[in-house]
Each structure stands twice: as structure tokens, then as C-alpha cells.
Design a binder for this molecule. Structure first.
Ligand SMILES: [Zn+2]
Length: 266
């Protein structure tokens, strides 16, 4: 199994990091993809990757990006003068390293920080340009910003851009639009929530465009909703997809692993 989106480098796991990774290994998780949030993430990801090199059977892969909810705070640190250039330089430093397998996470979030729309857009553009130049997939966050996000993907799609709309929670039409634009959809714990309506949408989508993710430490699936999430909880998401598509757990695992491996060149 592959958890395509987990922030397991965060201090949420400082007490039981090794046990958490061992639980993922025991469940059969072979790869965990770690989207960066901000510059602090790089040191945190490198630190947990040290553990990775000692543990058997699992690979933790870093990515490089500035989360839309961290854009404003980072501008305050870098200063408003030429901040997009500083962002580009910072991303560039890691993006071409072979073990950084993707660009993200980036995207738009109008729920938490509507007032910084323009800055989030500029940051997203920088990430897209970089993803194109290094030819790596881009990981997109979206909250209350679907229209602008889809427009931005369309604007940048030159035939070579690939990536994932992570924690997909759109309508069927929005999901299909993203797929038509060459994107994959990351399916997380929300698909297990009873009243979210996401499951009804997901079951209509093409199965070979879906990849699994936990978004740890957030969005723990039912029956652990509200608790700290971790990669081992991917089992609940995989089970739910099996129910929705009437597939065995082996079939879900085989196809989603294949899709994720090919998207991220694992
Ligand atoms: Zn995330």
C-alpha cells in the first residue's frame, strides 16, 4: 500500500514515531509520501528519513512546497520585496534532488485565509512553473477554491503537467474536469464520513485515476474520526473504496498502488 499524503514529520508524532512507522510496515505500507508545508518541514522530513534508512520495507519520500495556509506567514519572514523570487530559489534548491519526488503541497485555501488570495495564486503559479521545469508531479490542496484551482490547472497544462488534487471533496463534474486536465484525485478519510457525500461522488469516478492518502495527522477516517491520523489508518480508506467499487482489498491495493507508483515514479 502507498500513503500518498502524510505529514508524519510533524511534532504530533515525536512521542511514538518509530511505533507509528512500524504499524504502517505491519499493515503492508511500502511508501509514504510527505508533502512539505514550509521551510521548517525540510529539516523535519530529513530527520524522519534517517529513521527510514534504518527500517526495513518502507520508504518515506519528501516533497518540496509551501502550503497555501503558510504563504502569508512565510512572506512575513522573507519580506514582501521579491518574495516570489525567494520562494522560487527555495523550491529550486530541493526540487531537482532525486529523492524529492514531487512539488507540494501547494494550492488554494479560501476557507482559512481568504484575504490572501492573490498571494496564494502567485505562490501556486511559482510551484506550477517549477513542476514543469523539473517534470515532477504537483500536489494540490483545495478548500473553497475549486473554481480558481481548476482554472489554474487549465492555464498551466501544456500537455506535460501531472499531479493530484489531494483530499478530493468536489462534485462529480469537478472531479472529471480535473481528470480531463490530466490530474489524479487523492482519496482520504473524508470518503468514510457518513454525511460528507464524497463517497457517492467517488463511486462514479474512474477507479484508475484514484490514489489513497491519509493526510496524517488530520482527517482520521471513521471509526477513528477526530483522533490523530497516521498511515496505518489507510486500511479504513482502502476498505471503503472496495465497498464502493465492489472490489476485493487485493484489487483495490493492486490498482491504487499501480496508479500512485506510475504518477510519482516510485
Ligand atoms: Zn497536506
Amino acid at each position: 500500500m502507498i500513503d500518498t499524503h502524510a505529514h508524519i514529520f510533524l511534532p504530533d508524532y515525536s512521542e511514538d514515531e518509530t511505533a507509528m512507522i512500524n504499524r504502517a510496515v505491519d499493515l503492508g505500507i511500502r511508501h509514504v509520501l510527505m508533502p512539505a508545508i514550509n521551510p521548517e518541514s525540510v529539516a523535519q522530513m530529513e530527520a524522519i528519513a534517517q529513521v527510514n534508512s534504518r527500517s526495513e520495507g518502507i520508504k518515506l519520500h519528501p516533497m518540496i512546497g509551501l502550503h497555501p495556509c503558510d504563504v502569508y506567514e512565510q512572506i512575513m519572514i522573507w519580506g514582501e520585496h521579491r518574495w516570489t523570487q525567494k520562494l522560487e530559489n527555495w523550491l529550486q534548491e530541493y526540487a531537482s534532488l532525486s529523492h524529492y519526488i514531487g512539488i507540494g503541497e501547494t494550492g488554494l485555501d479560501y476557507y482559512w485565509s481568504k484575504e490572501y488570495k492573490k498571494e496564494q495564486m502567485l505562490s501556486l503559479d511559482v510551484h506550477f512553473e517549477l513542476a514543469k521545469s523539473v517534470n515532477k508531479p504537483i500536489v494540490l490542496h483545495n478548500r473553497n477554491s475549486t473554481h480558481d484551482l481548476l482554472q489554474t490547472i487549465a492555464k498551466h497544462q501544456n500537455g506535460s503537467v501531472k499531479g493530484v488534487w489531494h483530499c478530493f471533496n468536489g462534485t462529480y463534474e469537478e472531479g472529471m474536469r480535473a481528470i480531463d486536465l490530466g490530474f489524479h484525485l487523492g482519496i482520504g478519510g473524508v470518503v468514510t464520513f457518513k454525511n460528507a457525500g464524497v463517497a457517492e461522488v467517488v463511486r462514479q469516478l474512474p477507479f484508475d485515476k484514484l490514489i489513497l492518502e491519509t493526510d496524517s495527522p488530520y482527517l482520521s477516517p471513521t471509526p477513528l474520526r477526530g483522533k490523530r491520523n497516521e498511515p496505518a489508518h489507510l486500511a479504513f480508506i482502502q476498505k471503503k473504496l472496495g465497498e464502493l467499487f465492489e472490489l476485493s482489498q487485493e484489487e483495490v491495493e493492486k490498482q491504487t498502488d499501480l496508479t500512485a507508483s506510475s504518477l510519482f515514479s516510485l
